[in-house]
Design a protein around this ligand. Structure first.
Ligand code: NIG
Ligand code: FE
Length: 438
């Protein structure tokens, strides 16, 4: 591998003006999730194998991973010349591990305020449905969204992005869906576009006009679906505001037939589907997602043999959101059965004000292990490489490979990588590198 070809002066030094941020991490206790083959995803049995290198170094330049290897060979590598040099930031990671930053492929972090009043109602015994009937739930956030300015929304979302970055997230998908009018859905998506400009995180935007039926369309849901298809999708696509299209395909929300129509319209406009499916019932959401080659189907509490069969052999990533299952006290998606059947599994936070007011992917890992019996290796794959696939960024993120973007976590001193899901509730992340910058 040649570094800086054409940039070196005769004496071998690099002219100051050409220097970009170089980082040399040495003495890494274990470099996790190495994948030189750049597999798009990891499925079935392979999920229980975590390729790693002990006592390693890693070199970053121009925002990407330029090389890594064993400390035992470091002195013989081309990277040794960067050690002790001006303009190279050196980190001694003795006792610490380095792994890809989390790819959180499902969030709703653009929202106004919070909904802890509903949370108290829930503690007092009201169900999610009862809270929604009282004007709470998605429609509550939608009401507040109408009045919030773009600036207010950007400021609040930036704070949440900063919070999740500190906890180890390097890429995040963000959905609209609290607008539910053309104008306010567009406002949400413009806010996400602004976040893409302002935040160093890799961000993907999803149009979720079909998140809930607005009150004024209660008796004529079909008209709202028509409006999504005829008015919203063309406008969203016209301004290139979204990468993906989502529908909440579940009992009491949108039917398979409606989902079918919305996805077909979205795909005509170049929007790849990602679905909310099978959270509340065997809704047919998984099957319709697979039919349209969705990038992912998400939630999946209600997944049986038919659903697993539909997912087998498809390119659709089953994505579990254990934070929502925990907070709403739902049944747990059958992660073990899915993986044992040969499927890949991703996990995401679902960060939103109603069903998962947390974007902490470390806690998501713990829930994966404790509640869904996933092994530490499996949860690590689920929140990195498979998460990257579920948001369409696996070519550049999700694993340690030369040429991939340097979005990395340096852990605190930890005894084993199993400590990550094991020590739930405490922050095991010491430093996060995004685009090769500390
Ligand atoms: O993913 N399931 C649908 N939508 C969100 C809930 C959003 C809310 O309650 O505000 C979810 O869990
Ligand atoms: Fe969601």
């Amino acid at each position: 591998m040649t570094l800086f070809s054409g940039q070196q002066a005769c004496d071998g030094t690099i002219p100051k003006r050409m220097q970009t941020m170089k980082i040399l991490i040495r003495n890494i206790k274990a470099l996790l999730q190495i994948d030189e083959q750049k597999r798009p995803l990891v499925a079935g049995k392979d999920m229980s194998e975590l390729p790693l290198l002990e006592n390693a170094f890693l070199f970053i330049d121009e925002g990407v991973i330029k090389g890594y290897g064993s400390m035992n060979d470091f002195a013989e590598t081309e990277f040794v010349r960067f050690s002790g040099r001006d303009g190279v930031h050196e980190i001694d990671a003795a006792g610490k591990m380095v792994m890809p930053a989390f790819c959180d492929s499902h969030t709703h972090i653009v929202y106004d305020g919070s909904r802890e009043i509903e949370y108290i109602d829930k503690i007092r015994g009201l169900s999610y449905e009862e809270i929604a009937k009282r004007g709470g739930g998605i429609l509550n956030s939608a009401k507040r969204m109408q009045d919030a300015s773009e600036l207010q929304l950007v400021e609040q979302a930036m704070e949440r992005l900063e919070e999740i970055r500190r906890l180890g997230t390097g890429a995040v998908e963000i959905k609209s869906g609290y607008g539910l009018t053309t104008e306010t859905e567009m406002k949400m998506l413009r806010v996400i576009r602004k976040l893409k400009e302002l935040s160093p995180l890799t961000i993907k935007a999803t149009f979720l006009g079909a998140h809930a039926v607005p009150a004024e369309y209660k008796k004529r849901q079909g008209d709202y679906v028509d409006k999504i298809i005829e008015e919203m999708i063309p406008m969203v696509a016209g301004e290139e505001l979204a990468d993906f299209i989502d529908v909440f395909c579940d009992k009491g929300f949108f039917t398979v037939e409606e989902t079918d129509r919305i996805l077909m319209a979205g795909m005509k406009h170049g929007l790849k589907p990602k679905l909310h499916a099978n959270e509340l019932d065997y809704s047919g959401g998984i099957q319709v997602g697979v039919k349209y080659d969705a990038l992912s189907v998400d939630h999946l509490e209600f997944t049986g043999d038919d659903e697993i069969k539909a997912l087998k052999g498809s390119d659709t990533m089953p994505t579990l959101l254990p934070g929502a299952a925990f907070f709403l006290e739902m049944i747990w998606p059958p992660a073990r059965k899915m993986i044992d059947s040969g499927l890949p599994v991703a996990m995401a936070s679902d960060y939103n004000p109603g069903s998962s007011p947390s974007g902490n992917m470390q806690f998501v890992m713990s829930l994966g292990s404790v509640k869904m019996k996933m092994l530490p290796e499996e949860v690590i794959h689920a929140v990195t490489q498979n998460g990257a696939y579920a948001m369409g960024v696996h070519d550049e993120l999700g694993s340690i490979a030369i040429g991939k973007k340097a979005n990395l976590i340096i852990t605190k001193k930890i005894p084993t990588y199993a400590f990550m899901p094991y020590a739930y509730g405490s922050n095991k992340v010491e430093q996060v590198i995004i685009n090769g910058k500390l």
